[in-house]
Design a protein around this ligand. Structure first.
Ligand code: NAG
Ligand code: NAG
Ligand code: NAG
Ligand code: NAG
Ligand code: NAG
Ligand code: NAG
Ligand code: NAG
Ligand code: NAG
Length: 463
């Protein structure tokens, strides 16, 4: 039977669970707007649809692999056709399924009927909505922060995007070096995380929430919280523990119980990897990765702004404060150094660059993608002496584009310069992963990104 808690995400007024116990075999089941009914096809296999100006009918299969024979769903918005099916007819439309999902949106001036063929015992859900389909594939993917040998930091797709309110002259006040953490979104979108070893082949199953929820999720969600990572919005952030070293995992995020984002893939580091995870830094809000630090003070299992050593935080904030002071010697908002970018853009780009440069990202030579920009480092880090001395580690070098973005966004008088790809840039940056450099080097400009959904990360973007 359907877990009732999965319905609790619908607004309370819509929380009407169809009592599916219609016993008379010859009775047609009725669907209602904003209900989802978990079903096996009744006999006769027809559902009546209420009258409405516009409805989105959606279907999700809750069992089987994507190549098993699947039932077919037909909908009609004609009052005269009581048994829509593959026989066709006026105003009979097939809801074509793709990886277990299907939808049809149309008008129902005098109601309609949904018919199912070849359902057998296969369970499915039908959703009826007067807005967007209840079942759908979310186009934005979840996001991997980073992994250790046994942990992973994962993020949901964003919600509640933030519009950037840039300051204006004469009160051109830029963001503080260490901004206060904004209050968490009061009405967050509900996201659930499903992680499974890739060897379990979740991707061959119907890619629907009701199917994925039946799988045993691996690992333990040690913490779940909301984080405003960037202007794209809030995300749910999960710290997963209890994973197995050097293992490929597949992850999905289910939004509002019925919508599926993913899959994405990631690999845990080898068991000798000792860098702990760091995230939730208000001054570097997009940072979520492993750094060459000692194990965090027990009982914490990762670092955030409450326990990151002051010796690392203070110089970063000081640099950012000094940079902002120098920047605002320019009459920001009154005078313009570019038609495209402002002092606020410059400060944002500098922050991203400074975070990537000051907070080294560890990599695991054993599991890193073969073309990643890796550098064997001996702590203390050449760039940030505040990182404790200790073991050698492998660093994932910053992406050159974090530097060139700052160069482009900032006024010339600041004298911010980046090394050139054809000279020495590759000694200190990952070159050519995002943009193609003029003379092909390192990443060969091939990826167009600093990471991908397969868990490859080629350079540290400061994000
Ligand atoms: C969020 O969705 C999950 C899965 O559908 C459900 O178990 C949980 O109760 C929901 N949480 C809230 C706050 O609605
Ligand atoms: C049924 O839906 C189709 C497609 O949206 C539309 O063209 C047709 O007018 C509808 N029929 C009725 C009776 O509303
Ligand atoms: C609805 O189905 C169509 C294919 O018929 C698909 O392209 C579209 O993405 C689906 N919409 C949603 C919101 O899932
Ligand atoms: C200037 O802007 C800042 C931040 O937006 C605000 O806190 C401050 O009160 C403003 N000062 C004046 C004089 O308007
Ligand atoms: C989940 O785990 C239980 C116990 O290990 C096992 O019996 C069951 O088959 C598993 N379910 C799936 C879908 O893998
Ligand atoms: C989870 O993370 C939040 C935000 O960092 C923190 O306040 C809370 O103490 C953490 N909870 C646990 C159990 O670690
Ligand atoms: C993990 O996936 C990568 C690439 O997809 C593959 O090369 C590697 O062999 C896999 N590792 C394991 C342990 O399955
Ligand atoms: C920032 O400026 C102050 C005062 O000029 C100086 O003492 C400090 O060293 C500067 N910080 C950095 C990181 O350069």
């Amino acid at each position: 039977m359907f877990p009732p808690d999965r319905l609790s995400v619908l607004p309370a007024t819509l929380l009407l669970l169809l009592n599916a116990a219609i016993s008379e075999a010859q009775t047609r089941k009725s669907l209602s707007i904003d209900w989802v009914i978990p079903e096996q096809a009744p006999n006769p296999p027809y559902f009546t649809i209420p009258t409405a100006t516009q409805l989105a009918v959606s279907v999700a299969l809750c069992s089987g692999t994507t190549d098993t024979p699947i039932p077919r769903f037909f909908v009609t918005n004609s009052s005269s056709d009581a048994s829509p099916g593959s026989g066709g007819g006026d105003n009979v439309f097939e809801i074509v399924l793709n990886q277990g999902h299907g939808n049809w949106t149309g008008t129902f001036p005098s109601g309609g009927v949904l018919g199912v063929e070849n359902a057998g015992q296969l369970p499915f859900e039908i959703g009826l909505s007067d807005g967007i389909p209840i079942h759908e594939v979310v186009s934005t993917l979840p996001l991997l922060g980073d992994t250790t040998a046994t942990q992973a930091l994962l993020f949901s797709p964003p919600f509640s995007p933030q519009t950037q309110q840039d300051p204006t002259y004469p009160n051109y006040t830029l963001a503080e070096a260490n901004p206060s953490t904004p209050a968490a979104s009061s009405n967050p979108t509900n996201y659930s995380l499903i992680v499974s070893p890739t060897s379990n082949s979740l991707t061959s199953m119907q890619q629907t929430a009701c199917m994925l929820f039946k799988q045993n999720s691996t690992g333990i969600v040690a913490n779940e919280s909301l984080w405003l990572r960037d202007s794209s919005g809030w995300r749910t952030e999960w710290l997963m523990t209890g994973l197995t070293p050097k293992t490929n995992y597949t992850a999905y995020v289910v939004q509002s119980s019925y919508k599926v984002a993913g899959p994405i893939y990631f690999t845990t580091k080898s068991s000798t990897f000792s860098c702990p995870l760091v995230s939730r830094l208000p001054f570097c809000p997009s940072i979520a990765y492993a750094m060459p630090l000692p194990a965090p003070p027990s009982p914490q299992t990762m670092y955030d702004s409450s326990n990151l050593p002051e010796a690392i935080v203070a110089p970063l904030l000081s640099s950012l404060t000094n940079f902002t002071t120098t920047l605002t010697t320019f009459a920001c908002g009154r005078d313009f150094y570019s038609p495209l970018v402002s002092c606020a853009d410059c400060q944002r780009a500098y922050r991203t660059w400074l975070c990537a440069i000051s907070l080294p990202r560890c990599a695991d030579p054993e599991t890193a993608s073969s073309s990643a920009a890796l550098l064997a480092s001996q702590a203390p880090n050449a760039r940030n002496k505040a990182f404790p001395t200790g073991n050698e580690y492998t660093q994932l070098m910053p992406c050159l584009e974090t530097c060139t973005a700052t160069d482009r966004a900032c006024p010339n008088f600041l004298g911010f310069r980046c090394p050139l790809p054809r000279f020495n840039a590759a000694q200190s940056y990952g070159v050519g992963y995002i943009d193609s450099p003029v003379e092909g080097v390192q990443g060969e400009g091939s990826t167009g990104a600093w990471s991908d959904k397969y868990g490859n990360v080629w350079c540290n973007s400061g994000q």
